[in-house]
Design a protein around this ligand. Structure first.
Ligand code: NAP
Length: 351
């Protein structure tokens, strides 16, 4: 095993790259495990570059107003990676472009990147030990966990086929796109997120169908009432999505719904299907060595800080945040984690 790294960052979304940018500029020479490119990660939605790499336009990340970024992208990103990216044909920035820009920015300051998963950790001794999918073990004085969360999907083949072409798990990210304007849209779920998404989408859609598998919403009373009072939201009770309908040219055109009460199937025209059936944080590899919340997110142990239950291990982004879940908030806590790690290393005399 080589000498201990000052800081290892696990993850490759906005939290991880922001942590890397700050850590690199503080001379911590960060090593990032960005995740492995495997079939398994592809199916689970946990490939490198995270959830943003699975979306299209990003219109709410400050600093990227509408405008043609083509020349900037060509200049800012390594030519070999740029050649593999989709052509930049639109205004503004896309999720994959934003992630490549952040990754490049981290590399420009000397960040080293390993395209492997961390599969297990030993936080019981210091330096911490991390085992990667290349079967090597790495040692680190400080660790930043930024492995994010993945949206839950139903697992239907038609749902996978239309991801990014009408199927989304984030209304705030995608809802305002032109393809959804003044069109009927579908939200799956009956919790607070589903209500929030439906309410948000109702600003753009002609009608929002909320599809819930029971005859009572799980959402809090006040949120449930908001859905029921909204004239543009129609709840279709005791229904489940069995197929997303669509074609190559148009993307999503409708949904087929089964009844959980033995009624006949129902088809509805729709241009978009938004899943709001919860998220799963990517914390299994931690093997129970960090304190987690009931929903298995990493628990921040000090208000306003990124510390975890293990001294020297910090967490940032969606892996510890099931509430805001935005690129900009993940980037913000990534910055905080790097500053917290730097201060901790200095206080311990490691740096
Ligand atoms: P949630 O409360 O767990 O609700 C998930 C919903 O998806 C439930 O209605 C559930 O149905 C449904 N569902 C789950 N798996 C399904 C499947 N396979 N097929 C069909 N439906 C399925 O998750 P959430 O709404 O994302 O909320 C997460 C947490 O964040 C909650 O604590 C919530 O209060 C909070 N939150 C708060 C706000 C707010 O206050 N503004 C906004 C968003 C989220 P069942 O009801 O039948 O189980």
């Amino acid at each position: 095993m080589a000498d201990a790294e000052k800081v290892i960052i696990i993850g490759s979304g906005p939290a991880a790259w922001t942590a890397a940018i700050y850590a690199a500029r503080a001379n911590l020479e960060p090593l990032v495990f960005e995740g492995a490119i495997t079939e398994e990660n592809s199916t689970a939605g946990t490939l490198p570059l995270g959830q943003l790499n699975l979306t299209t336009e990003v219109e709410n990340y400050p600093g990227f107003p509408a405008g043609n970024l083509e020349a900037y992208l060509d200049d800012a990103i390594d030519a070999d990676i740029r050649a593999m990216m989709s052509p930049h044909a639109k205004e503004g920035v896309s999720g994959p472009e934003l992630m490549q820009l952040m990754r490049q920015q981290a590399k420009n300051f000397g960040t080293r990147v390993i395209t492997e998963d961390v599969v297990s950790v030993d936080f019981g001794r210091h330096p911490f030990q991390l085992t990667a999918s290349d079967e090597k073990t790495y040692a680190a004085l400080a660790v930043i966990v930024a492995t994010g969360a993945r949206a839950n999907y139903l697992g239907l083949p038609s749902e996978a086929a239309f991801k990014n072409r009408g199927v989304s798990a984030c209304a705030v990210c995608d809802g305002a796109l032109p393809r959804f304007r003044n069109r009927p849209l579908v939200v799956i779920g009956g919790g607070d997120s589903a209500v929030e998404e439906a309410d948000y989408l109702s600003k753009f859609a002609s009608t929002v169908y909320m599809i819930h598998r029971r005859d009572e919403l799980r959402a809090s009373k006040i949120m449930a009432q908001r859905a029921l009072d909204n004239p543009k939201i129609e709840v279709l009770w005791s229904r489940t999505l069995t197929e997303v309908l669509g074609d190559e040219a148009a993307g999503v055109t409708g949904v087929r719904l089964a009844s959980t009460k033995g009624e006949a199937d129902l088809e509805k025209e729709a241009s978009g299907v938004f899943l709001a059936i919860g998220h799963t944080p990517n914390t299994a590899f931690l093997g129970g060595q960090l304190e987690l919340t009931e929903k298995k997110y990493v628990r921040w142990t000090r208000p306003g800080r990124t510390e975890t239950s293990v001294e020297g291990v910090f967490a940032s982004g969606d892996v510890a945040d099931d509430y805001y879940r935005q690129a900009v908030t993940a980037a913000g806590t990534g910055c905080m984690a790097a500053l917290d790690a730097e201060r901790w290393l200095a206080a311990k005399g490691f740096h």
